[in-house]
Design a protein around this ligand. Structure first.
Ligand SMILES: *[C@@H]1O[C@H](CO)[C@@H](O)[C@H](O)[C@H]1NC(C)=O
Ligand SMILES: *[C@@H]1O[C@H](CO)[C@@H](O)[C@H](O)[C@H]1NC(C)=O
Ligand SMILES: *[C@@H]1O[C@H](CO)[C@@H](O)[C@H](O)[C@H]1NC(C)=O
Ligand SMILES: *[C@@H]1O[C@H](CO)[C@@H](O)[C@H](O)[C@H]1NC(C)=O
Length: 315
């Protein structure tokens, strides 16, 4: 397929020029994701000399996204909307080489994500708020398409102006839309029309999980929130510290402090005093339901460590 793709440098540079709010959008994140594989050219590749002149037209080829995506099947045709799909990374991989992505999730090649992952463009990634959202995708327009829905999760971003909704899928997820044994044939198409709809995430047997990020310390705590059933979008995270008595016993303060979204699904708290654990965490989902993970992070917490809660949203 290399022949169908632009060179990495040329394609990425050109797309940066073309993107109305493309590559620069990455600067909003503390850890700017690298541009992914070049997008297969949907038409004969324009020469770079034409890029700047056509940039003034990019808004006409990429209509502005609507305010929101239907969350359920109440709209026309069972809630399916049109999108375009590309893929990146290894053909049978999870997308990025490090099996992470702009949402901060790690090991997305392993369960529960199992490489069924995707970059979302702006209306899907939503500046990180879309991280962890689940979508069914299906393709019908290519002979190798099975038409059967597959579920993917947004774990990364890609703001190239490909279409109104653009899923830049892992090789695994792209191939999963194919009929049996025709994954490679479908991947060879490079860019295809698909349909998608939002679905509730389901993580059977898993509870909401908190990963204390590398670099956290007593006055800076960064937490990745993972595996929420349902919409998968956490809209608020709050933390409650403890008070440590002379005998060492810890009592919750009763005061919730809002954390703020750092990037992707990572929430941070910067304080002017050393934070005292154990910490309880309260998370709010898109429909306003809150869950409290009581003293989920112990007083002797460590960076780069996972703490599983006992709580989970209904899906
Ligand atoms: C733009 O591309 C067209 C063909 O795609 C070519 O004829 C034209 O000379 C190019 N213009 C510039 C400024 O490169
Ligand atoms: C913009 O697109 C229109 C047609 O859609 C075309 O006539 C015009 O030349 C284009 N302008 C530039 C600067 O590419
Ligand atoms: C679908 O969503 C709309 C609002 O987006 C809501 O009013 C409606 O109750 C939902 N329907 C179902 C079946 O969840
Ligand atoms: C939020 O959580 C509640 C309670 O678990 C659940 O019933 C609801 O479906 C969740 N909302 C969304 C949008 O997932």
């Amino acid at each position: 397929m290399a022949g169908r793709l632009w060179s990495v440098a040329g394609g990425a540079a050109l797309l940066c020029l073309l993107a109305a709010h493309g590559c620069t959008a990455t600067t909003k994140h503390h850890k700017p994701p690298k541009p992914h594989k070049p997008i297969p050219s949907p038409s004969p590749s324009p020469s770079p000399g034409n890029a700047s002149s056509s940039s003034s037209n990019s808004s006409s080829t990429v209509p502005p996204p609507p305010a929101s995506i239907p969350g359920n099947g109440s709209s026309t045709s069972g809630g399916w909307l049109n999108a375009r799909a590309t893929w990146y990374g290894a053909p049978n991989g999870a997308g990025p080489d490090d099996n992470g992505g702009a949402c901060g999730f790690k090991n997305v090649n392993l369960p529960p994500f199992s490489a069924m992952t995707s970059c979302g463009n702006e209306p899907l990634f939503k500046d990180g708020k879309g991280c962890g959202s689940c979508y069914q995708i299906r393709c019908v327009g290519h002979p190798a398409c099975s038409g059967a829905p597959e579920t993917v999760i947004i774990t990364d971003m890609n703001y190239y102006p490909v279409s109104l909704y653009h899923f830049d899928l892992s090789g695994t997820a792209f191939g999963a839309m194919a009929k049996d044994n025709r994954n490679d044939e479908l991947r060879h198409a490079g860019i295809i029309d698909i349909q998608f709809r939002r679905v509730a995430c389901q993580y059977p047997g898993l509870t909401v999980t908190f990963h204390v990020e590398e670099g956290s310390n007593p006055v800076y705590l960064a937490i990745l929130v993972e595996y929420e059933n349902g919409d998968g979008d956490v809209v608020q995270v709050e933390l409650m510290e403890s008070i440590r008595a002379a005998d060492g016993a810890a009592t919750p303060t009763g005061v919730w402090t809002a954390m703020r979204e750092s990037w992707g699904s990572i929430w941070r708290l910067d304080t002017n005093h050393p934070l005292q654990g154990p910490f309880s965490l309260r998370i709010t989902n898109e429909s306003g339901k809150t869950l409290v993970a009581d003293q989920v992070i112990p007083a002797d917490w460590q960076p780069n460590t996972v703490y599983s809660s006992l709580v989970q949203f209904d899906s």
